[in-house]
Design a binder for this molecule. Structure first.
Ligand code: CA
Length: 225
């Protein structure tokens, strides 16, 4: 699993990073809310460990913004604030669990195992930008509003989402919908992608399908301005 640890105290980040790496996770560490925000735009994480006391932003505010933007991954908050109100605010603000510092690494690992187990059924959820995609119900949505996409557009979108930020070849996209259009040629992908692009734009999904000539397509987060 890919885990993002957002923690400005190097000793804690080192210890948490090492423990989670030993547990078999791919761990990215960032020490500021601003950098974390950017990383979460670009990469899908399976779990986030979030310190509330960050140097540039309040962890609670960051969490609320991320949830509003459609972040689906479980979030475990770390807090030195031994205050029940802070914990309640964190859980109400979108955290899935919390640990008060100081904590035992063994407990952190156990809580993360529990969160990732709990996350299994919802692993049908893909998210990028403001876009949510449920691979079980085949529903793409933005802020709870579903986007009206054809089966072919959904298939293309799913593939782009699964490889968000990376290039997906036109042939790969074609292969994903080939069984439906046995007679089609590769150029039909351009038609589907251009329709998909228009629908995503209309829905303010916060993502763009960029064409890289001769290479394929890449799903990127759009600029809000
Ligand atoms: Ca801190």
């Amino acid at each position: 699993m890919r885990v993002l640890v957002i923690e400005d105290e190097a000793a804690i980040a080192d210890a948490v990073g090492a423990a989670l790496t030993n547990a078999g996770h791919a761990v990215d560490r960032l020490a500021s809310g601003r950098l974390a925000d950017a990383a979460l735009h670009d990469h899908p994480y399976d779990l986030i460990v979030l310190d509330l006391g960050l140097p540039d932003v309040d962890g609670q505010d960051l969490l609320r913004q991320l949830r509003e933007r459609g972040l689906a991954a479980p979030v475990l908050i770390l807090t030195a604030r031994d205050d029940v109100h802070e914990r309640i605010r964190g859980l109400d603000g979108g955290a899935d669990d919390y640990l008060a510092k100081p904590f035992a690494l063994g407990e952190l690992e156990a809580r993360i195992r529990a969160l990732l187990r709990r996350g299994q059924p919802s692993s049908t959820q893909l998210a990028f930008g403001r876009l949510q995609f449920d691979t079980a119900t085949r529903c793409a949505s933005v802020g709870g509003e579903s986007i009206d996409l054809t089966a072919r557009e959904l298939a293309i979108l799913e593939l782009l989402l699964r490889r968000a930020g990376r290039v997906v070849g036109k042939q790969q996209l074609f292969d994903a919908i080939y069984t439906w259009e046995a007679d089609a040629n590769l150029s039909v992908i351009e038609v589907h992608v251009s329709r998909l692009r228009r629908k995503l734009e209309t829905a303010s999904a916060g993502v763009v399908v960029r064409m890289l000539r001769g290479l394929g397509y890449r799903l990127e987060t759009g600029r809000d301005d």
